[in-house]
Design a protein around this ligand. Sequence first.
Ligand code: 5CA
Length: 448
Amino acid sequence: MRLSRYFLPVLKETPSEAQIVSHRYMLRAGMIKQAQAGIYSWLPLGYKVLRNIENIVHEEQQRAGHIPMLMPTLQSADLWRESGRYDDYGQEMLRITDRHGRDMLYGPTNEELITDIFRSHVGSYKDLPLTLYHIQWKFRDEVRPRFGVMRGREFLMKDGYNFDLTKEDALHAYNRHLVSYLRTYERMGLQAIPMRADSGPIGGEDTHEFLVLAETGESEVFYDSQITELKFGDREIDYDSHEECRAVLEEFTSRYARTDETHDEAVFAQVPEERRRTARGIEVGQIFYFGTKYSEPMGATVVDKDGNRVPVHMGSHGIGVSRLLGAIIEASHDEKGIIWPEGVTPFHCGIVNLKQGDTEADAACDAIYASLTALGLEPLYDDTNERAGGKFATMDLIGLPWRITVGPRGLKNGVVELTSRRTGESEELSPEAAIERIAQIYGKVSKG
Ligand code: 5CA
């Protein structure tokens, strides 16, 4: 993309309404614009990152064997009356009436709708196990929407639902989700720690929240510092293996890590003092096992091997897709702006032309742009007439992990500059070598 043709409305001033760094940078980098309290338009740059995050979530869900689908945002109140949650959910639920006077609602989550789909089409244990998921907008009329996309009223969530014959199978689905979430967050450059939590309005006995440690997080968390040393890394997991998934769950949940809702001082006191930590965290996902809480009242049953009708065991599993943008920025930024991890960056690298209009500099930039594009990479080429300082400031603000700087002086010596946004370190290289390096970083094979 050439910046002169893009829509990147960066702001020079820091918007006064933004209290935390991710919200400030998302506004300043022209990623979002508030439409109403807690409701945002996703401008091109923000939309690109949102899509990248969604793609990672899709890939990891499908790797774990979960099946994508799409349910609507508007739901019938009658379904929620069946589960008893229509009255329980309270003012967070946005209730709407259509022209026929029918009660509807903008879905805050989808347990009822998916259970209805399941009971309409599945009747035998032979069709199990089954896990369906979608990525769809949700609405919760939060009392205090704040911090930009972190606590929105309208927000994008991945929500998945497992249907199993037995509690043991459903717990395997729970463990499988935990494993897939560890992989998902690490691919986004995040460490998200599973912590014992409270199930709230979703209900159920087993639940873990995934928390990214950050001073601006809304949850207070208590943990054994050893847990921060655990990495999932690139291990291969057989998602069908109950043992392998359980072993990962045990490894990642055997140390003390809880949110304030389930924190127990007496148990925490058993952690050696030098390893006890109290901090704040951003909740980027939550997994639940709730047994037959929805299947029983809603009649979601299957015929088992002995011919008996039994309610299925269920769980639901959420990832805060839009919140993740904020969480990633809180975890990865400096005083100049955002620093995107390579896994989610909106553009793979920036190209800065120090002297727009200079024949050689223009030609060199065009050639680098064409080579990177041919490799399947997306550069953002600042081809505007802005002065160099302004171009650098914009690149630093929008946080592309790599920048190639091209100017007449360097070209005389046959070099361009390759700069890492994270370390700030620059290196002089031939244009070909710089392209080769970027190709390697993103796992593309350079033809050069
Ligand atoms: N039905 C279950 C799982 S599918 C569920 O709704 N879980 S949840 O309530 O924990 O939401 C899942 C994730 O959505 C949360 O972990 C959080 O990351 C994100 N989320 C929840 N509320 C908001 C909000 N107001 N703004 C942005 N993200 C939110």
